[in-house]
Design a protein around this ligand. Structure first.
Ligand code: GTP
Ligand code: MG
Length: 191
């Protein structure tokens, strides 16, 4: 699935710019700075294919990548706080919601949760949107290298509790660190 070169297909700024819905896709959603772009780089074994940065609001378009011509990996702009002008942020938040609720070939949304912070109100709202759109989603804990084992377990419990309220949630949570490579083979296998 991930053999060979991963390619950037295009950056999309409006729904009519989406590539033809001719293959399945999975997307990576989550609060700004949670590690979406970095996770795509880890999954595809590339260093800077998806542009990552320490500034929340780095990804401002829906970025399509293709690994083996048979599916797309979709890097989304973050939700929540972003270091960008408000009208710009509002525009991409609207697009994000349209995408999450209206993309036929979207098979699964990965909702990334920072292992230090757990599920926040904005995450819960996105999960509700996915419920009502009947898009199966799965939680991925990111930056697991930044917390100790006991804290990770506490956050995992909090995430499990939050997921219980969402019918579209897939119960298994994938714990990852893009920095250390933890959970990356598991996530590849799921995709
Ligand atoms: P936006 O595009 O702004 O929404 O952010 P994003 O979710 O794409 O986050 P991005 O991948 O740009 O990463 C944000 C910051 O977190 C970067 O400085 C990354 O290096 C760092 N980061 C991402 N994943 C990990 C991880 O597993 N461990 C550690 N320690 N840092 C990480
Ligand atoms: Mg990004």
């Amino acid at each position: 699935l991930f053999a060979g070169e991963t390619l950037f297909v295009k950056g999309v700024v409006a729904m009519d710019g989406l590539p033809p819905a001719d293959r399945m896709e999975v997307c990576f959603a989550g609060r700004s700075n949670v590690g979406k772009s970095t996770l795509i780089n880890a999954l595809t074994g590339t260093k800077a294919l998806a542009r990552a940065s320490n500034t929340p609001g780095r990804t401002q378009e829906i970025n399509y990548f293709t690994a083996a011509d048979d599916h797309y990996l979709v890097d989304l702009p973050g939700y929540g706080y972003a270091n960008a002008p408000l009208p710009v942020v509002e525009k991409w938040q609207r697009l994000l919601k349209q995408y999450l609720s209206g993309r036929q070939t979207l098979r699964r949304a990965f909702v990334l949760i920072d292992a230090r912070h757990g599920v926040k109100k904005v995450d819960d709202e996105i999960m509700s949107l996915l419920d009502s759109s009947a898009v199966t989603f799965q939680c991925v804990l990111t930056k697991a290298d930044k917390v100790k084992e006991a804290e990770r377990q506490k956050v995992l419990d909090q995430v499990r509790g939050a997921l219980a309220k969402h019918p579209a949630a897939y119960p298994e949570i994938v714990v990852t660190s893009s920095e250390k490579g933890w959970g990356i083979p598991t996530l590849r296998a799921i995709i």
